[in-house]
Design a protein around this ligand. Structure first.
Ligand code: SF4
Ligand code: WCC
Ligand code: FE2
Length: 636
């Protein structure tokens, strides 16, 4: 493999030469152009918080040891870190706010293009939020659920924690977080406080800063929990569905539309409208009609709910355009490369931004608002159909690379599958198999791809080793995308990679749940905001065993983390008590104090901690050892 491609994905390896031939730079070329990357930044030692700067602290102790204002390395590193946590929390929580505001308007009858598709889920959410459901209309319940959810962005009483975190974690954990003063009372206020306390001349104490950051990370958890649950009520709670993943899902004879980004408010309506406009596409010459494919987390959302195939994950999003058969890419928010509109201009592809606060030079902007959702979606799909007519047949190059994936394992779906074994007590089969060691433990894979690793490689190496050791595997976000693309989310993967006792358990559950074979090797729990689904399952387990989350043989791994959102997720994962592996060295190592705080220090405070290991095989070994330690402490 040409190391310059820095990917283990065969579709990427097939398409990068096409980009080279066309003379178009990809993310891998731009990575090369950035080498060597700045050492100060890599260590977290560069401060640009005021215009007296930038200031840099010399990591070797020869040069300056403080910025112009006197901030030392520990202050600078801690401030940089927690500002990233705040940005991650802001991103997920904006997504959540968008959904909550839409649901509130559905409740008021103002959005005819949206409905509550899963009434049972809405009622169960209402129950968790202490909202009455008896003798009430679904729209009234939706209004109250949304309004109470929005209080998490408005409450000014710092002694009252956010509703969603209170409704989502075990009592023991909430009590610990409360004592540590890190339970958020208001998402927006928590994010604003991090920005304020890191302003020039404010909080300079690294431990105080990191604790403030952890509160922001827990606000991130709150924002994603509400985003996931409200999305389920509006669009349906995912159930297992068989689909396909990787670039070969793009079809030569169809109008191909990629939905890329995060928020299901847009992509759900595009899916609906596309199925209504198939005949228009056929009339335009596309014999297979309209083919929606997903990228990144929008891809995860529509894959889980509708079985829409996944074209690719974060790092290879540009590749979809190089097939020459992508007629439109429609994007909303987060993790969308600004290079995409420029690459689209070299092809016939329509690149369409939709959110007024997320525009890109070179893109066509079609402003999306929920009150005109269907009308806007129709316009977008028509642009794709028109673009189909401008395709250059000579430039079509779709590598026939795709894998079967069974996705859609919401915590409800997992419980439903378990209930086929024990209807009266669905958790019992899981608990028994963890206690008897058939399942050694549970690992949640989350997070991105990064050019600092070979794309998808860390995910695969670690997962295969953990599976051999009978660890039950869950995944979200671009990690889930990686596993789906590489054929690790199907039944064949269970046969090939699961240890004997894990295989027996996955087979017993899968057969009893009607899958005619085992559950897939890795359970796809959804997009990044859906990490809250894994916490829901873990909380049910902890409550059942009457222990805290930090006692469970449960670990998290973000082996190729990159975004501020991933930093926020990994940080709350630590705060809720999980040993959390990072396969990319975080930009904190310029400060021994901060590094120690988030590893050993965090362990003392939260039970969870960061475990940094960039060698995937070693990381897997360490994670297995951590799981064994946890089992030992539980006496199992
Ligand atoms: Fe330099 Fe201090 Fe300004 Fe940072 S806040 S750029 S260390 S003067
Ligand atoms: Ni979540 Fe990471 Fe993907 Fe973006 S979509 S790239 S934050 S894992
Ligand atoms: Fe995501």
């Amino acid at each position: 493999m040409d190391i310059k491609i820095r990917s283990s994905d065969p579709a990427v390896i097939a398409l990068c030469p096409v980009a080279e031939q066309e003379g178009i730079a990809t993310v891998f070329d731009r990575y090369e152009m950035q080498q060597p990357q700045c050492g100060f930044g890599t260590l977290g030692l560069c401060c640009r918080i005021c215009w007296k700067g930038p200031c840099r602290v010399d990591p070797f102790g020869d040069g300056p040891q403080a910025g112009i204002c006197g901030a030392g390395k520990d202050t600078i590193v801690a401030r940089n870190l927690i500002r990233m946590m705040a940005a991650g929390a802001a991103a997920h929580s904006e997504h959540g706010r968008h959904i909550a505001l839409a649901m509130q308007r559905v409740g008021k009858g103002e959005l005819p293009d949206y409905h509550i598709r899963d009434e049972e889920k809405l009622k169960s959410i209402a129950g968790r939020l202490d909202i009455a459901v008896a003798d009430r209309t679904i729209t009234d319940i939706a209004y109250d659920v949304a309004t109470k959810t929005l209080e998490d962005y408005q409450n000014q009483d710092s002694k009252v924690p956010c509703h969603w975190i209170s409704a989502s974690l075990p009592a023991k954990r909430l009590s610990l977080l409360g004592k540590l003063g890190v339970l958020p009372h208001n998402i927006d206020a928590t994010v604003a406080q991090i920005m304020s306390r890191t302003h020039i001349g404010c909080d300079a104490d690294p431990e105080n800063l990191v604790l403030g950051g952890m509160r922001g990370a827990l606000a991130d958890f709150n924002g994603m929990a509400l985003a996931t649950e409200l999305s389920d009520a509006m669009f349906g709670t995912p159930k297992p569905v068989v689909t396909q993943a990787n670039i070969g899902v793009i079809k030569k004879q169809a109008v191909n539309i990629a939905v890329n980004g995060h928020n299901p408010l847009l992509s759900e309506v595009i899916c609906d409208i596309a199925s209504e406009m198939n005949s228009i596409a056929r009339d335009a010459g596309a014999s297979e009609g309209i083919n929606i494919v997903g990228i990144c987390c929008t891809g995860n959302e529509v894959m889980m709910r509708h079985g829409i195939p996944l074209a690719t994950n974060y790092l290879s999003q540009e590749m979809a355009i190089f097939t020459g058969a992508l007629d439109a890419m429609v994007v909303d928010v987060q993790c969308i490369m600004p290079s995409l509109p420029q690459i689209s201009e070299c092809y016939h592809t329509e690149f369409i931004t939709t959110m007024d606060e997320n525009k890109m030079p070179g893109a066509r902007h079609v402003s999306f608002h929920e009150d005109k959702a269907r009308e806007t979606a129709r316009k977008i799909v028509q642009y794709a159909i028109d673009a189909y007519g401008r395709r250059d047949a000579k430039r079509i190059n779709i590598p026939d690379i795709k894998q079967t994936a069974i996705v859609g394992f919401s915590s409800e779906a997992v419980m439903a599958a378990l209930a086929t074994l024990n209807a009266a007590d669905p958790l019992a089969p899981l608990v028994e198999n963890i206690v008897n060691g058939n399942i050694l433990g549970v690992a949640l894979f989350a997070g991105c791809n990064s050019t600092r690793a070979i794309q998808d490689e860390n995910f695969q190496v670690i997962a295969k080793i953990l599976a051999r050791n009978n660890v039950l595997l869950l995944a979200t976000g671009c990690g889930a995308g990686a596993f789906a693309k590489h054929g690790l989310m199907n039944q064949q993967a269970t046969e090939a990679w699961a240890g004997d006792s894990l295989k027996a358990v996955l087979t017993a559950i899968g057969v009893s749940a009607g899958l005619e074979g085992p559950l897939p090797l890795i359970l796809h729990m959804g997009s990044c905001v859906d990490n809250s689904r894994a916490v829901q399952l873990a909380t049910a387990l902890a409550d059942r065993l009457n222990v805290d989350l930090s006692d469970l043989p449960l670990v998290a791994s973000a082996p190729e983390a990159m975004s501020e959102k991933a930093i926020a997720i990994a940080s709350w994962s630590v705060a809720i008590g999980l040993p959390t592996h990072l396969g990319i060295v975080p930009q904190v190592t310029g400060s021994a104090v901060v590094t120690d705080l988030i590893t050993e220090g965090a362990k003392d405070l939260f039970g969870g901690y960061f475990l940094v290991e960039s060698d995937p095989a070693l990381a897997a070994e360490k994670l297995v050892a951590v799981i064994r330690e946890k089992r030992h402490a539980l006496g199992i």
